[in-house]
Design a protein around this ligand. Structure first.
Ligand SMILES: C[C@H](O)[C@H](O)[C@H]1CNC2=NC(N)=NC(=O)C2=N1
Length: 104
């Protein structure tokens, strides 16, 4: 798979199509407000997606939840793989929200 760094314009375009992601230096970053008891299942669900892509996020706890940072270490910045993983993380988060919703 090509490991080409995205240009600034390409990163801006990708961010416009994602939910709540921002550029953070050489990475894409997203803060997700969750209670500490949700860190475990959320991290696990995201890592399952990451394993499929063989591309892994940095995950850290923050005061208000959890932060994902995506960069392609071998390329030294943001590539299409990071954008793909960001979209998959958003799908995981949507699924989690759906699971917690009251059935109609
Ligand atoms: C050998 C394996 O494909 C590499 O170590 C992969 C694994 N996951 C990775 N994840 C991320 N985020 N960046 C990488 O460069 C990377 N490299």
């Amino acid at each position: 798979m090509a490991e080409e760094l995205l240009t600034d314009d390409e990163i801006d375009t990708a961010l416009a199509a994602l939910q709540g992601w921002r550029r953070d230096g050489d990475a894409l970053s997203k803060d997700v407000p969750v209670t500490p008891d949700s860190h475990g299942w959320l991290s696990e669900a995201v890592m399952n997606e990451a394993d499929v892509l063989d591309h892994h996020p940095d995950i850290e706890s923050t005061d208000s939840g959890i932060r994902f940072r995506l960069s392609t270490h071998s390329a030294g910045g943001v590539t299409a793989r990071d954008v793909e993983l960001a979209a998959r993380i958003d799908q995981v988060l949507e699924g989690g929200a759906r699971d917690r919703a009251t059935p109609s």
